[in-house]
Design a protein around this ligand. Structure first.
Ligand code: SAH
Length: 377
């Protein structure tokens, strides 16, 4: 699906972001791709056939947008009106991310090709045509400056691509959250955890701890099931939104929000002999590349070891990794080693991944990144 720059022998100067035909060394047709003149990923395949011209490309992109929307209708269940509508390679639309937050869409382009005005315009048009019946008229563009630098795209700030709304209140499994498309760096929430939130809530009980809580995704799902919830994050702005989110969901035990480094806090709490019935660990990606895999695994192990030591008998550990470079196998081995060191024998209740609106495509390993294990003592 991808080819790296070192593998490409381009025959001519190719304009950034253009549609290219791809042939193997013997001249056989491999299909069509979108080209980046700067990224290490020089080409991302869009078809196993030759797409004749930009007009044909645009109609292919429009068709894939419709297909992506239809797929979400099949796989998004429960009381949720926020989910990923388009997941780049997962929807055969490489370089394009679109999330729905109730009445507002958040769109992000990651490549020169998807940032082209004609393609972005076609995507926005197709989305609005199909979704206006559901009351969606606004699209916010989200911008990641680092990605634009890598792709040599001109600097810009995010803003409205269509409509007038940039904020909304949305629901995940019936739990309410604020979205503001003009705030923060991310597209908004970690929608890939939506199904894991309800799985965690299903087993959660007693005294709970949510390390790396961000805007409260897990904590707010745990609160109705637990006698107390302590939620920790090092980001003050994230915790401020978390508290506003809590106010949207009254009627459960209060959550204690703590601004701290989760590594330090877990060490202190473990030393003090604190105990929990439910612990969630959902840290940021520690392995940004294959090179720091070992350091990353040491970080994951430290967290999981401390958590296992603090769990009461019958306790639940929900432990995640969103590092693509950490495989299921690596993560399981790390967990086994943490379990051995903690003198515990946790059982694997569930072996989970990203929600189905972030589809994993067979043969496209880049589309599979999130690991979520639910362990029980
Ligand atoms: N569980 C969250 C997503 C977590 S993302 C959800 O479902 O919404 C990772 C979070 O870890 C970010 O909010 C980031 O601010 C926080 N973080 C990063 N390093 C940290 C550290 N050392 N201690 C505590 N929080 C940290």
């Amino acid at each position: 699906m991808w080819a790296y720059r070192s593998d490409v022998t381009a025959s001519a100067d190719i304009p950034p972001g253009s549609l290219v035909a791809v042939h193997d060394e013997r001249g056989r047709v491999l299909g069509s791709a979108l080209y980046s003149s700067t990224s290490e990923i020089a080409i991302r395949m869009v078809s196993r056939e030759i797409v004749q011209n930009d007009e044909a490309l645009i109609s292919l992109v429009r068709e894939r947008v419709r297909h992506a929307l239809a797929y979400r209708k099949r796989v998004v269940e429960g009381d949720s009106d926020a989910y990923r509508l388009i997941f780049s390679e997962g929807d055969a639309l490489p370089g394009l991310i679109v999330d729905r937050y109730a009445s507002v869409l958040a769109l992000q382009t990651l490549t020169q090709a998807m940032d082209r005005a004609d393609l972005k315009g076609a995507v926005a048009g197709e989305l609005l045509e199909n979704l206006k019946a559901e009351g969606i008229t606004s699209i916010v563009e989200r911008v990641e400056p680092r990605i634009r630098q890598l792709e040599h795209l001109p600097e810009k700030t995010g803003g409205l691509l269509a409509g007038e709304e940039h904020s909304s209140t949305y629901k995940l499994n019936g739990v309410r959250f604020h979205f503001d498309g003009f705030a923060g760096q991310k597209t908004g929430a970690f929608l890939d955890q939506r199904e894991n939130y309800s799985a965690a809530a299903h087993y959660a009980h007693g005294r709970a701890l949510d390390a790396f809580c961000y805007q409260g995704g897990f904590a707010l799902h745990l609160a109705p099931q637990c006698s107390s919830v302590t939620a920790v994050d090092s980001s003050r702005p994230a915790l401020e939104v978390a508290e506003q989110n809590e106010a949207l969901n009254p009627g459960h035990s209060q959550i204690e929000w703590i601004e701290a480094n989760a590594f330090d806090l877990l060490r202190d709490y473990a030393a003090k002999g604190e105990q929990y019935d439910t612990i969630v660990l959902d840290p940021p990606a520690f392995a940004k590349s294959k090179r720091n895999l070992d350091t990353a695994l040491r970080g994951y192990k430290e967290l999981n070891l401390r958590a296992l030591k603090m769990l009461r008998p019958g306790g639940i550990l929900v432990t995640c990794s969103c590092s693509y470079h950490v495989s299921d196998q690596d993560f399981l081995e790390m967990l086994a080693s943490a379990a051995a060191d903690s003198f515990q024998q946790p059982r694997i209740l569930e072996h989970r991944g990203q929600a189905k609106d972030h589809p994993t495509v067979l043969g496209v390993p880049e589309t599979n990144y999130l690991k979520c294990f639910i362990l029980a003592l």
